[in-house]
Design a protein around this ligand. Sequence first.
Ligand SMILES: *[C@@H]1O[C@H](CO)[C@@H](O)[C@H](O)[C@H]1NC(C)=O
Ligand SMILES: *[C@@H]1O[C@H](CO)[C@@H](O)[C@H](O)[C@H]1NC(C)=O
Ligand SMILES: *[C@@H]1O[C@H](CO)[C@@H](O)[C@H](O)[C@H]1NC(C)=O
Length: 499
Amino acid sequence: MQSDPTLLASFLLLLPLVLPGQPQLVRSALNSMDGSGTFQCVVHLPNNSIFLQQLEQLQTTLQDLIGKYEQQLSRVKEYAHTTEDQDSQTLELSHMLESRNPGVTVSQFDNPAFNLLHLELEGAQELVSQLQAKAGVSGAMELIRQLRNQVTNASLALKLLADSDYRSFQEEVDILESRLSECEREKEQEQSSTYPGPPLAPGSCTHGGLQKVSRPLVLKLNWRGLQYKAGAWGRDSAPNPSSSLYWVSPLRADGRYFDYYRLHKSYDDLVLLKHYEQWKMGYGDGSGNTVYKNFMYFNYYGTRDIAKVDLSSNTLVLRRSLPGATYNNRFSYAAVPWTTLDFAGDEKGLWVLYATEESKGNLVISRLNDSTLEVEQTWYTSQYKPALSGAFMACGVLYALRSLSTRQEEIFYAYDTTTSQEHHLSIRLDKMLETLHGINYCPWDHKLYVYNDGFLINYDLTFLTLQEKLPSSPIKKPSGASALSKPIKPTSPPGQETP
Ligand SMILES: *[C@@H]1O[C@H](CO)[C@@H](O)[C@H](O)[C@H]1NC(C)=O
Ligand SMILES: *[C@@H]1O[C@H](CO)[C@@H](O)[C@H](O)[C@H]1NC(C)=O
Ligand SMILES: *[C@@H]1O[C@H](CO)[C@@H](O)[C@H](O)[C@H]1NC(C)=O
């Protein structure tokens, strides 16, 4: 380079047109004056060196842009978490937009973070355009084109992110939030509507009848496995049981033959599958069995007989025929084969639910003398047994269920044996799987124990207070006691009316 300061000054004036702000790149310059007296400055820019330097510079710019982009992306994530400052930021942004781009206040995205990012990218695009205009050297064109592509790609990615990912993410968050608040609302309702009086004492009937049923608590799969879809489980359904025994009786996989059962000393033992006694019986039919005062009652295989087994020794202590009862799958509950005799225990005693030819398949309730297995009294309901999905007794009231769907059941009918009156009601209960097999009530903890296609589930029952007791709305003429019934003295099992 020449040492003449004037020439150098002229050269330096020309430089920014070639390479803005990079005079040190120039290795040699040649100057001359033309005929009109103007200096002509010819600059030899070393081919490779210039190219490399430009490459470096563009790469630096690129890195800057990528850095900014990543910075903004991380900001987007932050914004997704904290949306509190959105309003003020939107305000700030609109100021910014106005100052940068007066008259244009339309924001492209809902989220201020995206708008900010969009602005940065617009700036980058402008920068690329300027670079393109200034860098006339052909070698840089390809790089600039690439840079432009990258900025365009980044804008597209931003648009995609704003349009799809972020929005669907936001939607999911919204859905989750609404579910959460729904859940909270339900919980509040549940809390406000639970039995408002003093807690119902174990085995007590001082209430106004069933009010509602909780969501199912799924305990576990039965010990024999998934293919054992039919069965029953529960606790002793005497109001004042002598033990905290839990029994589980999955039927054989054919859904009929009742051969084994297990007894667990406590709930924890049941959950942990330990400390159990496993007995083989080999003569039960269906899942209508129940446990009452430490005896298992069930339908003797292929007969209309009631069998009674002492659980402390697994010995059959009594077997007696139930007069008129149909058997061998005649008038079983809907979708639950082999439930011709369904036993139930409650605060008032031991019951058997069945049907006869005389009842035309309608459900019949008989109270049994649990010592002799004789029928004490019988009531006829108006409900065709094969139309029901199950039934249980609580405080001498029969509650009948029907399936509404694969996920819901309805307790739709009640028959009070004390008044011989029946009425309709609608208490829904969710189920995990389609079919409820054995449904057994335990007066001690006011829970329903249900065998749901192999899974052991239970429900908490909530009862109305005596003041809330629904006015009885009889459906039709109650049938009253049947010809089969014997007049009985109103005996009550011990512990029945514990306050
Ligand atoms: C510039 O580089 C190209 C390709 O690398 C080469 O063909 C050309 O001769 C070089 N020009 C000068 C002035 O070095
Ligand atoms: C821009 O995206 C296209 C399509 O995904 C891709 O082929 C191209 O290489 C990208 N360009 C840059 C500079 O990243
Ligand atoms: C059951 O029958 C026996 C014999 O008839 C009688 O002594 C007993 O009191 C009856 N039990 C109940 C709960 O009625």
